[in-house]
Design a protein around this ligand. Sequence first.
Ligand code: LLP
Length: 428
Amino acid sequence: RPHLSAHALDGLTVEEVPLARIAAEIGTPTWVYSAGALRRRARALASALDGAGLRASIHYAVKANSSRAVLRVLADEGLGADVVSEGELRAARAAGIPASAIVFSGVGKTERELRLALEEDIAQINLESAEEAVMLSALAAAMGRTARVALRVNPDVDARTHAKITTGRSENKFGVAIAEAPALYARLAALPGLEPVGVATHIGSQITAGMAAYRAAYARLAELVRALRAAGLPVRHVDCGGGLGIPYRDEPAPLPEALAGAIKSTLGLLGLPVMLEPGRWIAGPPGLLLASVILQKQGADRRFLVLDAAMNDLVRPAMYEAWHGILPVGARDLVAPLAPAEVVGPVCETGDTFARGRALPSLSPGALVAFLDAGAYGAVMSSTYNMRPLAAEVMVDGARFAVTRERQSYAALLGAERLPPWLGEAAP
Ligand code: LLP
């Protein structure tokens, strides 16, 4: 994490900005993103693909972090976007990502979403079923448009990741069975308003168990492309999905060079351009969640660090038993002796636990801590559970920082609600 450093005076620092300064000016909990780290990772992935001799385009999976500032930094690096909703499509466009670099994925796109994708004339719509193909064809024909479509196939491989984020098994809801793909692809070519341009897959997320699952999936995809070509069907590119894992703890995580190698060795001979949809690998390490200690509480047999961040902010530990590094921020706290602590939020359920038996120093009320590698599936998955406002977001770039999303105000939190007229507007 080259954007993070510990200073004897300033404590934990992102690029050149001490986190204590951000907390003093913006408060906590606050998400902090390093623009430098985002750029570095976008470039590292691009150069790994380049180094393997692949013609590749990177379509950042907006779901991982849809902050406009994050999207703009990545757009400036030449990345396109993979979106899964009207909101993400709008976010990508608002950040300046051209429609010609946007791919639309997802198992249930609404008619309204498909219509917007057609109006915007985005690069590609990834179809996940025959039913969806028929719906899109009718819409496109009625609008006098042609939709470039890829067929997402389910290669039935086990990515050996958390059950909630694996997608490439036949029992999962995603894509069409690879055995049905040739017939369906031929049907796409025959349907009005559709132009099949390729095949796509995505086998899961946080893949760290080596490249075997990727290689198996891509080998099946290559076989499918050969069959399609043999049948005289056009295939212009292959969408390899996302999923590349990151080391949250000390697990060995694959490098982008390994993924590029897996693509090259399986799909390389086809001579086609490939697309990638990475989310976490790009946006995870550059982000952290900055929180304050409310109090340190001595329980019957353990110490609890109660923070002002909670499962409504960062849900990954509660939802996936995910492990996030937690560092103290204060200069003295960074070198103080460690002892096990339960790190919890103030939300009223036991699941609001970030870490158990974590080695951390004794921390006073107001001390700061940082949850590492929280840039992906962090802020985007937060909620207002317990009527807690959505946290602020900040971007650091060198010695500068700026608020990129205001902390939600109580006026905004309460303001969207209405009483039904028969209950009256006045307080009782
Ligand atoms: N493409 C498709 C079609 C996807 O469904 C996903 C993620 C990606 C690309 C990006 O995957 P990535 O490179 O980020 O692994 N909330 C979970 C992760 C859910 C991933 C969903 N799909 C978590 O916090 O671990």
